[in-house]
Write a protein that binds this ligand. Structure first.
Ligand code: PMP
Length: 353
C-alpha cells in the first residue's frame, strides 16, 4: 500500500436512490414530486438573461433568502440557504457538532446522518425507534453533543406531534437540536415558530419535495440570528458561491407561488390517502405516513423479490438493506393518481387477485 494512503480521508459514501435514464417508467423511489414546479419557474427560466452568467452569483443569495423570509414571516437574518437540504445539513454538522460527546439520532432514519458523522469524525449514538417505528422522546434525554431527527421521519413517514418535538428541544438546551423537515408540508406541524423560543433550535426544509425542485437543489434552515451567522461563517470558509444565478432566479419564483404550492401538496395528500386504502385492501401494512411516501411491508409477500419484479416492470420503489429491522419493507413515493393506479393494478395482478 503506498504511504500516501495513510493520509486519505476514507469514507463510505451515501447511496442515493437510482436515477434510471429511461423515458417511460414509474419513478417512486426518491420521493420526488410528480408535478412540475410552479409555472413562474418555467417563465423565469425562459426569460433568464444568459449574459449574466458571466458574473459570479450573490454569495448571500439575498433574493432567495428574502423570498423565503417573506413567505414564512421571519427575518432574513433567520434564514440560511444551501444547495439542497443535504448541503444545509452537511454545513450544520460541520458548524455545530464539534463536541467530543456523541450526537444522537434515531436508529432508523435518513441514511445520510451517519455518513456525515463518519466523514467529519463526529461521534454518534443511535436511539432505537419503538416497535411502531416512532421516535421516543425519552431516548434523547441524556448527555450528548447534539440531536438531529427528521419530522416526519424518513423512511418511515411517522410524524411526531409538535409537543413531543418541543419536549426534545427543551431537554437539550446545552446543544443544538436540528429538526429536518424535508416532508413537513405533507401534513405535519412545523417547529418553525419555536426558533424564537429556543436559541438552540434549527429547522431545515427543502424545495425538493413540496416545491417540485429536486433538480435545482435548494434547501434552507431557520434559526436565531446567531446560529445563522455561525452557519454562514462556515459556508463562506468552505465555498462562498454555492448556488448559481439560474437556481436563485427559479427558486424565488417557486417560493412566491403559494397557491400552486398548496394545490400540489393537497393533491399529493389525497393520492396518498387513496393509495393507503388500496394497499390495505391488498394486505400491505404500514404506519400513518404524513409524508409523500409510504413505508410498507406484507405478511406473506417477499418484498425484496417484489422490489426486483417491480423494477423489471419499470416501476421503481426503494428498498434499504440496513438496518435489519427494515429489510422486509419498501418505501413507495407518492406519484400522480395515474401512476398509483398503475402500481395498484400491477400489484393486484402480481398477487393473482
Ligand atoms: N432530509 C431527509 C429526511 C431526506 O429524506 C432528504 C431527501 N433525500 C433530504 C433531507 C435531502 O433533500 P435535498 O438535499 O434534496 O433537499
Amino acid at each position: 500500500m503506498p504511504k500516501w494512503e495513510d493520509n486519505i480521508r476514507k469514507v463510505v459514501p451515501y447511496t442515493p436512490g437510482e436515477q434510471p435514464k429511461k423515458e417511460k417508467m414509474i419513478k417512486l423511489n426518491t420521493n420526488e414530486n410528480p408535478y412540475p414546479p410552479a409555472p413562474g419557474v418555467a417563465r423565469a427560466l425562459a426569460e433568464f438573461d444568459t449574459e449574466k452568467l458571466r458574473m459570479y452569483p450573490d454569495p448571500a443569495v439575498s433574493d432567495l433568502v428574502g423570498a423565503i423570509a417573506d413567505f414564512y414571516g421571519v427575518a432574513e437574518e433567520e434564514v440560511f440557504v444551501g444547495v439542497g437540504s443535504d448541503d444545509v445539513l452537511a454545513m450544520i454538522f460541520m458548524t455545530f457538532f464539534n463536541s467530543e460527546k456523541p450526537i444522537l439520532f434515531p436508529d432508523i432514519t435518513y441514511s445520510f446522518y451517519d455518513v456525515w458523522a463518519d466523514m467529519l469524525r463526529i461521534p454518534y449514538e443511535t436511539i432505537p425507534l419503538d416497535e411502531n417505528f416512532r421516535i421516543c422522546a425519552g431516548g434523547y434525554k441524556r448527555e450528548n453533543g447534539g440531536v438531529i431527527f427528521p419530522n416526519p421521519n424518513a423512511p418511515t413517514g411517522e410524524l411526531l406531534p409538535l409537543e413531543t418535538v418541543e419536549e426534545i428541544i427543551a431537554a437539550n438546551r446545552d446543544v443544538i437540536v436540528v429538526v429536518d423537515e424535508a416532508y413537513i408540508d405533507f401534513g405535519g406541524e412545523s417547529a418553525l415558530p419555536l426558533i424564537r423560543k429556543y436559541d438552540n433550535l434549527l429547522v431545515v426544509q427543502t424545495f425538493s419535495k413540496s416545491r417540485s425542485m429536486a433538480g435545482s437543489r435548494i434547501g434552507y434552515a431557520f434559526g436565531n440570528r446567531t446560529l445563522i451567522k455561525y452557519l454562514n461563517d462556515v459556508k463562506y470558509s468552505f465555498n462562498s458561491y454555492t448556488m448559481d444565478r439560474i437556481t436563485i432566479a427559479l427558486g424565488v419564483e417557486a417560493v412566491k407561488d403559494r397557491t400552486y404550492f398548496e394545490e400540489t401538496v393537497d393533491k399529493i395528500i389525497v393520492t396518498r390517502e387513496w393509495t393507503k386504502k388500496e394497499l390495505a385492501k391488498l394486505g400491505f401494512r404500514f404506519g400513518d405516513s404524513k409524508s409523500n411516501f409510504l413505508f410498507v411491508t406484507h405478511p406473506t409477500l417477499d418484498v425484496v423479490k417484489l422490489f426486483e419484479d417491480l423494477k423489471r416492470a419499470d416501476i421503481y420503489v426503494r428498498h434499504f438493506n440496513k438496518p435489519e429491522r427494515i429489510v422486509p419493507y419498501l418505501r413507495i413515493s407518492i406519484g400522480t393518481d395515474d401512476e398509483m393506479r398503475e402500481l395498484i393494478a400491477y400489484l393486484k395482478k402480481y398477487m393473482d387477485l
